[in-house]
Design a protein around this ligand. Structure first.
Ligand code: C2E
Ligand code: CA
Ligand code: CA
Length: 870
């Protein structure tokens, strides 16, 4: 057992109390028990001791009295012999040994019968006249036994003559205790006996208690092993008695006490000890058991506390959840009568909880086809979560859609009731409907989107359209829509798109579909047009609607549309294929000048095939070295000097001969081949320019696609490095459209290019739709006026003033202005007149192979350029 020391200021946790108090109680009990056992042992020892004491007292008394009796016997016997006339005659008047010893009057009989070891007769002069020792006649004097004590004793006995009395004393003779009695010899009762002068004779008897005699003496009175002590120390060991002795060694007798107490101890102590041990063992078991129980009790208490805390936490959790959840919690009895509603109920429904408790759950929740309680009663499976979509009317009269979840409450194997939650899912349901709608409709125009259209088209195709009643699919793309966004902003573009969708819808009948595919592309699906005429009428109506002016505030805007038509089952019966064919037809409309509709025909697909062939050929051309660079000279008009040349690509097709860039650059851009082509052009142009005079530059056309591909600056740097041309001699021609698409990234690329040291020029200035603001923002060095401005120049004064205006604008932005498409002498002269810095055109020089251009370098500049007046 492990008792911890008691501490007065002990702080006990709940899980220690029982153990502690049990331990304390058990310790007290154990102490008490030990005390009782010890006390009883002490008492037993005490009783034993007292018994021993009283036994010794009694034995002492016995011994003492026995001794006294023996002494008195001796006295009595000596008197009988001393106060006797015969003794007077035969021992005093005359010592008659014959009478005394031989006739056995005072002879051996005293020893054999009375065990008197010494018998002496001392005469009036103090001489020993008769002595019998151990029954044998002897001539030893009494002094040989009594020493110096003999004389006083004799004297004392003589003094007793008159009283006729005897005296006795205790004495140690050697190491033997003895009782010595002495008496004067008198005539006794016998009258008339002779006398003798002098002192009377004295008779002395000595009863010497030899060890055997002493032991027998003790035994006779019930005292064991009576003996003379062996030493002085022994003389003082209890039990002993000390018989009084005058002026001599004391007579001490020791014996073995009966010691009844010892027996008591011998019997009781082992029994008590055994009892204590048994008690201890039992106590140990009891304590262990009790401690174990106490510990169990504490553990259970702790567990109980713990589970109580858990329960409290769980209750709090439930309460918090019930109060904070958007759902409310309900419980009914087995009959569907509400017996609990969480606090949240009021917040959600507006009703008071008290108002509804005791009412049927049907008063609260409704379902279209069955009473809610009926549904609840059907729920049996205990662990299965059942849900029911139902509705309730809030206190405010609003109908809310709810999801009811229920669970059976069981008690004693029977259904005690039902409980569950109700979630208000009105918003989710509405949101879902909205999401569904949004997923199928275009957010801007509200028209069905691509997804909806696909499903619709599939549905229509599954209805098996016939040649008489074909399914008409029209792919419609707005023309000139992009400039609206660019010029008027996206809000304007959005409102135009909305208006377009309204107008398209107005043309169609119910059951037809117009969907927005994204951007300015639409798909129209019409089903009950009987013939080509009707289809054409429909397309015309659509086009007319779109060609009507749109109004942005006061502004009148015109756009157009291109359409492509594909029919099912004539052209295809698969949705994807039908869409693709309509797109092919649309593509043709676009190419053929827009604002028209085109019926799909198989030749169009053939055209596409040709395109694909061309793509393959172009790939081969790149690796097969079929590309050529032509150089068109660019002149400084002020000094009539050849400043540089524009590199223009040609494809020397093995079969088709020289193919112009207009025919394949677009395709290269679409397929991404342009990057590889441009790399070749850049390197070739830079390498070629190295052979020209150092003052001359080469300009290279860069496609907008390359701006998007992300590594233009790196590629240009590599071309420069490969060729070794100084960056300042390379000019890049970029159309203004790149400033529209992603102005920020375009600006970054241009800044990187500027860092390399190359020049940047706006190509075909005025042909695109960019606003003029970009001239300020983007780091251009020059602008090339689109060659269309030369059409009516210089004879038309309006054209002349526009050209003049552009040149002025370029100068205002510190840009070198190059007039492109100079075809006549007048144009050249007029451009010189209005101080256009550079010119390029057939009149000045057509694009030519490098060899021809190299010849040009050495020719004097004629070409009719006149020097400008300084
Ligand atoms: P561009 O950059 O505007 O190039 C000038 C075009 O106008 C060239 O046609 C040129 O032959 C033509 N031209 C020059 N002077 C006159 C003239 O006085 N009157 C008329 N009517 N035309 C003139 P080309 O070589 O067919 O190039 C067409 C377009 O192809 C170029 O237009 C350019 O945008 C593109 N292109 C040419 N080479 C490359 C190239 O290496 N890379 C890229 N990305 N595009 C190129
Ligand atoms: Ca160009
Ligand atoms: Ca140009």
């Amino acid at each position: 057992m492990n008792f911890s020391p008691l501490q007065t200021n002990l702080v006990l946790t709940d899980g220690q109390k029982s153990t502690f108090f049990t331990r304390r109680l058990l310790m007290s009990l154990s102490l008490l028990m030990s005390g009782v056992v010890l006390l009883s042992m002490l008492m037993v020892v005490g009783i034993a001791w007292r018994q021993n004491e009283s036994s010794i007292r009694q034995e002492s008394l016995l011994l003492h009295n026995g001794w006294k009796d023996r002494r008195q016997d001796l006295m009595k016997n000596i008197r009988d012999y001393a106060f006797w006339g015969e003794a007077w005659n035969h021992l005093h008047l005359n010592v008659d040994t014959d009478w005394a010893y031989d006739q056995q009057n005072l002879g051996p009989g005293l020893f054999s019968e009375f065990h008197y070891e010494g018998v002496f007769v001392v005469d009036g002069e103090g001489r020993t006249r008769y002595s019998v020792i151990n029954g044998q006649l002897s001539d030893l004097p009494v002094e040989s036994w009594l020493g110096t004590h003999a004389a006083p004793l004799v004297r004392q006995a003589r003094a007793l003559l008159k009283q006729e009395s005897a005296t006795s004393t205790n004495m140690m003779i050697g190491s033997t205790p003895a009782i010595v009695a002495a008496a004067p010899i008198t005539t006794g009762k016998v009258p008339g006996l002779k006398t003798r002068a002098g002192m009377p004779s004295v008779l002395i008897f000595i009863d010497r208690l030899t060890p055997e005699k002493l032991r027998d003496f003790g035994a006779a009175i019930g005292v064991a092993n009576a003996r003379v002590p062996g030493s002085l120390q022994d003389a003082f060991i209890t039990p002993f008695i000390n018989e009084e002795v005058a002026d001599s060694t004391p007579v001490v007798i020791r014996w073995d006490s009966d010691q009844p107490g010892r027996n008591l101890l011998l019997i009781l102590l082992p029994m008590l000890f055994a009892a204590a041990v048994i008690l201890g063992l039992v106590a140990r078991r009891v304590v262990n058991h009790a401690m174990h129980n106490a510990m169990l009790c504490d553990q259970r208490f702790l567990l109980l506390m713990h589970s109580q805390r858990e329960l409290a936490a769980s209750e709090a959790r439930f309460r918090d959840v019930a109060e904070t959840a958007s759902d409310w919690i309900w419980e009914t009895n087995a009959q569907g009568i509400l017996i609990y509603l969480s606090e949240r109920f009021t917040a959600v429904t507006g009703y008071d909880v008290e108002q509804l408790l005791g009412k049927s759950i049907d008063d609260l929740l409704q379902h279209d086809t069955q009473p809610v309680s009926g549904w609840i009663f059907q729920q049996r499976e205990e662990h299965h979560r059942q849900t029911l979509r139902c509705y309730s009317v809030s206190a405010g009269g609003e109908t809310r859609i709810c999801t009811l979840v229920t669970k059976v409450v069981e008690g004693n194997g029977q259904i005690a009731g039902y409980r569950g939650t109700v979630s208000d899912v009105t918003k989710e349901v509405e949101d879902q409907a909205r999401i569904h709608y949004l997923s199928q409709h275009d957010a801007l125009t509200g028209l069905p989107n691509r997804l909806y259209m696909s499903e619709f088209l599939l549905g229509r195709l599954q209805a098996h359209p016939t040649a008489e009643r074909p399914l008409v699919l029209i792919s419609l793309d707005l023309d000139n829509f992009k400039p609206i966004n660019d010029t008027w902003g996206h809000a304007a573009g959005d409102s135009v798109l909305n208006e377009v969708s309204l107008r398209l819808r107005s043309v169609l009948k119910a059951g037809d579909l117009v969907s927005r595919q994204g951007g300015d592309e639409f798909i129209v699906i019409v089903s009950d047009l009987a013939n080509e005429q009707e289809i054409n009428n429909c397309c015309r109506a659509l086009l007319n609607e779109i060609c009507r002016p749109f109004y942005l505030g006061q502004q009148e805007i015109f756009i157009g549309a291109s359409m492509g038509i594909a029919l099912a089952p004539k052209d295809a019966m698969q949705a994807e294929e039908l869409l693709r064919l309509a797109d092919i037809a649309l593509y043709k409309s676009k190419r053929e000048g827009r604002n028209r509709w085109t019926w799909y025909s198989p030749e169009m697909a053939e055209h596409l095939v040709l395109r694909r062939e061309m793509e393959r050929g172009l790939r081969k051309a790149i690796v097969g070295n079929e590309l050529r660079l032509y150089y068109q000279p660019r002149y400084g008009l002020k000094n009539a000097r050849l400043d540089g040349a524009e590199a223009l690509i040609r494809w020397e097709h093995p079969d088709k001969g020289l193919i112009m860039p207009d025919k394949f650059i677009g395709l290269a851009e679409e397929t991404g081949l342009i990057v590889e082509i441009s790399d070749w052009v850049l390197t070739r142009a830079c390498t070629d320019a190295l052979t020209w005079p150092e003052a001359m530059y080469v300009s290279v056309n860069i496609s907008p696609v390359e701006f998007r591909s992300g590594n233009l600056a790196k590629r240009v740097a590599e071309a420069l490095a490969r060729s070794g041309l100084a960056a300042g001699r390379l000019e890049l021609e970029i159309t203004e459209n790149i400033t529209l698409e992603n102005p920020q990234s375009a600006l970054e690329v241009m800044q990187q290019l500027k860092k390399l040291g190359v020049k940047l020029t706006v190509d075909d200035f005025g042909a695109g739709h960019a606003s003029l603001g970009y001239l300020k923002t983007f780091p251009f060095d020059g602008m090339k006026m689109d060659r269309s401005y030369m059409n009516d120049f210089p004879h038309c004064s309006q054209a002349a003033s526009i050209v003049e205006g552009i040149i002025g604008l370029g100068k205002a932005f510190a840009l070198t202005v190059t007039a492109e498409g100079v075809e006549t002498r007048e144009q050249l002269q007029e451009l010189q007149a209005i101080a256009c810095q550079e010119g390029q055109g057939y009149y000045l020089g057509r694009p030519m192979p490098l060899e021809r251009f190299s010849l040009l370098l050495n020719e004097p500049v004629t070409l009719g350029i006149r020097k400008q007046p300084v």
